[in-house]
Every structure is written in C-alpha cells, then in structure tokens.
Design a protein around this ligand. Structure first.
Ligand code: CP3
Length: 364
C-alpha cells in the first residue's frame, strides 16, 4: 500500500543468521548477543548525531539519522542483530497525543488520555503518519546489506497506556491504576485500540523489512497477579494474533519482554510469542526448565554489571550463559536497557566474553 515501503525483493542474503536460528531454538556455534538500547547516549557518536538532529524526535523522524544511529553500535561491536532506532511512543504520538522529549526530562504528552471523552476520541492512527518509521526500516535493511538481521519493535498495549494516561513516566502509576480500579471499561477501550494500532504498526515494519519483532512490556511488572493477565498479557496476545508471522517466505519471530514478569513466565510463553525476554531477577536454568521446550529465552544480565570492571563482566556473562546451558534457544541480552553512563569499552568486553564463553561451552 501507499504508506508501506517494501524492501527490495533482491535483498542480499543474511551473512549472520545466528540470532534468528537461536530464536527458532536451532543449534548455533555460539550464543548471539545484542543489547536493549544499544544505540543511545552511552555512545559519543550518538550524542553527536542527536546534536545535529536538534532533538530526539528530530533524530527519530529522519530516516537518514535513524539509519545512522542504528548502525553506530554495529560499527563498534560484533553484535548479532540490529534494532530499529525509534521509540515506543511514536504510536501514541501518531494518535495525536503530542509527544515531546524535554531535554533531560524524559517523554511527555501534551494531551494525556484521562477522561471518558478522551478515551472515546481515541482511534488507531493512520499508519501514513508513521511512514518515517517504515522508511527508516527499509533504509536500514538496505544499508545493513545482510550483515545481521534487523529487529522491529513496539510497546505493549499496557506499557503504551501507562504513558498515555500518566502523560509521562511515573513512579507509582497512580493515574492509570485509578482508572483500572474505578473505570476498567475505559482502560479496556484504550488497550483494545492500542492492540490494533500496535499490530498494524508491527506489520508495516515487517513489510518494510524487519526480520524479527519485539514487544516491550516494560511496565507489565507493576501489575498485581491476575490483573497482569487481564490488562497486559491479554492485549499482547491480541497483538500477536494480528501479526504477520511470515514474510518473503521466512518466519518472523516475535519476542515479548515483560520487565518484572518472571513469575508469569508460563503465561507469557503461552501467549503465542516465539521468545520471552527476561530481566536479571530470573534464573535462566529454572526458566529454561519451565518454558524452554516452547519458546526461546532472551536476557538477562543486570545492565549495572557493565560498571563492575572487566573481570566482573566476564564472570557474570559466563555465569548467565552457564545458567542457561549450552543447548539451543538462548539470545544473550541485558535484563533491561543499557545505562547512558555505561563506558563503551565495557560493551566491547561483554560482547567478546559472550561469544568466547559460549563457543567454549559448545566444545566442552
Ligand atoms: O534499543 C535500541 O537501541 C532502539 C531504540 C529504542 C529507544 N527507545 C531509543 C531511545 C528503543 C527500543 C526504545 C524503547 C522504549 N522507549 C521503551 C521500552 C524499553 C525500555 O527501556 O523499557 C520505553 C519505556 C521507552 C520510552 C522512553 N523513551 C523513555 C522513558 C525515554 C527517556 C528516558 C531515557 O531512558 O532516556 C525515551 C527516550 C529515548 N528512547 C532515548 C533513546 C536512545 C534517549 C533520548 C535522548 O536521546 O535524549
């Protein structure tokens, strides 16, 4: 369709498919690694491009800049996947909520969704308003030239709703939880719109060339047991049911990451995803025992390990790999996004340690 650029049929073959094979739980010669927020402020070259772009949204809405910063971490480190440079909040922005990233303050919406009228007015946005994202995906695929696969992503319906109702990040989720307990009907309507918007958004990324998808349920873990399943996972499942699971004759695996979701691993693994992302509170040996026959696992080093020095990084990377074991189905990652204060040299050590230790594991 008009808004959805398609990657050239003659896309070059993938030179490194270790990430996709691990997601399919097929044997790999080493454990693939990429890092959540791998393109970002810990890299001086990112800060330089952002300064040229003038603002975060200036960066994200310009496909040339988005491509440039997506490729920056790959130029430094032998990562096994690229992730689209964008943000989860592009979707509510396209719904007309007025996204702004005030310097040093995090995201803010000019028009949060807090009352019956605002909820009634909410609708799935015209994907043409997000064309800059799909153009960036196509351009990144082109410039990657098959080096590694490209991951597309979206927020989960619940995590997007957190920002849409709170109007910004929140320490206690008071406003959205007040809506959940007093007017669950309003919240269900927001979540239904979000689920349909997210499915369309991810499908357009897949058509533009994203070779895997990830759903960030960053704030699912703030929900009570029972309510997580009702207000977060049910709508993530609705997204998964609406997704293209194959494109250009190849499967498109989808990862669901719920920060703080360790106790719901079985429920998440049964949602229809191909892989579950887990944070550092989860023991990968126990997790693999619980769900390893059904899904791959992604994670789960504490991002603050990167401040522990070389010996610590190597030891913790090895411990994480050893907890999972040598078998197939592990994608190494952090348990949440990398800190902006991380020394880039620490990332070089981590990526090398993951590749080296996981090769040794397979020879043992
Ligand atoms: O992983 C990557 O390298 C791809 C890029 C990416 C960004 N945001 C870039 C970004 C991804 C995958 C995201 C997802 C995202 N955005 C999430 C889910 C993942 C998570 O961390 O839980 C969430 C909750 C957001 C919302 C968001 N965007 C916040 C809260 C902030 C400000 C706080 C912060 O960490 O900076 C952003 C801004 C943002 N998104 C930055 C980057 C690199 C920093 C903005 C800047 O350059 O000033």
């Amino acid at each position: 369709s008009a808004f959805s650029p398609e990657v050239a049929v003659s896309a070059p073959p993938l030179q490194n498919d270790v990430f996709l094979r691990a997601l399919a739980r097929q044997p790999t010669e080493y454990t693939p690694v990429w890092l959540m927020r791998q393109a970002g402020r810990y890299l001086p070259e990112y800060n330089a491009t952002r300064a040229r772009a003038g603002s975060f949204m200036g960066l994200a809405t310009n496909p040339d800049y988005a491509t440039e910063v997506t490729l920056q971490p790959l130029a430094r480190f032998p990562l096994d996947a690229a992730i689209l440079f964008s943000d989860i909040l592009t979707v509510p922005d396209a719904m007309g909520l007025g996204l702004d990233f005030a310097a040093g303050e995090g995201p803010r919406f000019a028009h949060p969704v807090r009352d019956e009228a605002a909820v009634a007015a909410l609708a799935v946005p015209d994907m043409a308003r997000l064309r800059y994202v799909f153009d960036a995906v196509a351009q990144i695929r082109h410039e990657l030239a098959g080096r590694v696969p490209l991951i597309g992503f979206s927020g989960s319906p619940w995590t997007l709703a957190c920002y849409m109702v709170e109007g910004a990040g929140s320490a206690d989720y008071r406003l959205i939880k007040t809506m959940m307990y007093r007017r669950p009907d309003l919240l269900h309507r927001i979540l239904a719109v979000n689920a349909d918007a997210v499915a369309q958004y991810l499908n357009a990324q897949i058509r533009a060339g994203a070779q895997a998808g990830m759903i960030f349920d960053s704030w699912g873990g703030v929900l009570a047991d029972g309510l997580f399943q009702q207000f977060s996972l049910a709508y993530t499942r609705r997204v998964l049911q609406g997704l293209l699971r194959e494109h250009d004759g190849r499967p498109v695996p989808v990862i669901v990451f719920t920060k703080g979701g360790g106790q719901w691993l079985d429920d998440i693994a049964a949602s229809g995803c191909d892989a579950v992302g887990v944070d550092w509170t989860v023991d990968l040996a126990a997790a693999r025992e619980r769900v390893g026959g059904r899904v791959a696992l992604q994670g789960n080093l504490d991002p603050m390990t990167l401040f522990g020095g070389e010996a610590c990084i190597r030891a913790e990377a090895a411990r994480t790999l050893d907890r999972f074991g040598a078998g197939p189905g592990h994608v190494f990652n952090l348990g949440h996004g990398i800190s902006q204060f991380t020394p880039p040299e620490a990332v070089a050590v981590l990526v090398e340690a993951v590749h080296d230790h996981s090769r040794r594991q397979r020879r043992a």
